[in-house]
Design a binder for this molecule. Structure first.
Ligand SMILES: CC(C)(COP(=O)(O)OP(=O)(O)OC[C@H]1O[C@@H](n2cnc3c(N)ncnc32)[C@H](O)[C@@H]1OP(=O)(O)O)[C@@H](O)C(=O)NCCC(=O)NCCS
Length: 185
């Protein structure tokens, strides 16, 4: 079945909510529910991010197989604060969700690759994320500390990672996600 990766549209939002909840319900480090439903916090984070100035519609992508949604990835505007007059723009990736029944078929990898391609075309320097190095290390992410990019929470250690892109020019500093991420602290 050919996989189609395309930007999300409002007609997808309800399905994305269900898909994100289904993916994170079985994930070991899912965020707790935040809105009175039993859905993991990531399902609500996606909705909060859409309302935030950091939302980048061209980096909110769905994966479809035969017209059925099987995956979703969202990357939003963050900043690197290196102590200069102005923080430098950068990208923060997450959440990434693949329908449990469709996992381990390369859909997560395809969504990551599509995000990297889009970010390269946008001239972005780097993409940061919090995730398992065992998974993201296969896709070019490395511990952010290796490149002088500080984690929003030092306790995250090497789980806070970056993927450097061609426009990268030594940017460093402490990374800050779009505001809705801080509602989980
Ligand atoms: C993580 C996730 C997006 C991967 O999607 P996917 O489509 O299954 O990924 P791929 O098919 O590209 O890669 C699957 C491979 O990654 C491995 N993998 C998945 N999660 C992993 C992890 N946390 N650590 C190490 N390896 C992992 C699988 O074992 C599989 O390896 P194999 O093919 O050698 O058996 C999916 O498992 C998911 O939605 N999980 C729940 C939500 C989540 O944890 N999202 C990421 C949070 S940062």
């Amino acid at each position: 079945m050919p996989l189609l990766i395309r930007p999300e549209t409002p007609a997808d939002f309800a399905v994305i909510r269900t898909l994100t909840a289904d993916a994170f319900r079985s994930a070991p480090h899912a965020a707790p529910p935040v809105d009175g439903t039993t859905d993991p916090g990531e399902a609500v984070l996606v909705e909060w991010l859409r309302e935030d100035p950091g939302y980048l519609p061209e980096l909110a992508l769905v994966a479809e197989e035969d017209g059925a949604m099987v995956g979703h990835i969202m990357t939003t505007r963050g900043t690197l604060d290196g102590g200069g007059a102005r923080p430098v723009p950068a990208l923060g990736l997450g959440p990434l969700s693949v329908l449990p029944s469709a996992q381990r078929r390369g859909i997560g990898a395809a969504l990551l690759a599509a995000t990297v391609d889009a970010a390269v075309l946008l001239g972005e320097p780097l993409i940061a994320l919090l995730g398992d190095p065992g998974y993201y290390g296969r896709h070019g992410w490395v511990a952010a500390s290796r490149h002088g990019v500080g984690s929003p929470d030092p306790a995250w250690g090497d789980y806070f990672q970056v993927r450097l892109l061609p426009a990268y020019d030594g940017e460093r500093g402490t990374f800050r996600y779009a505001e809705p991420f801080s509602r989980f602290e």
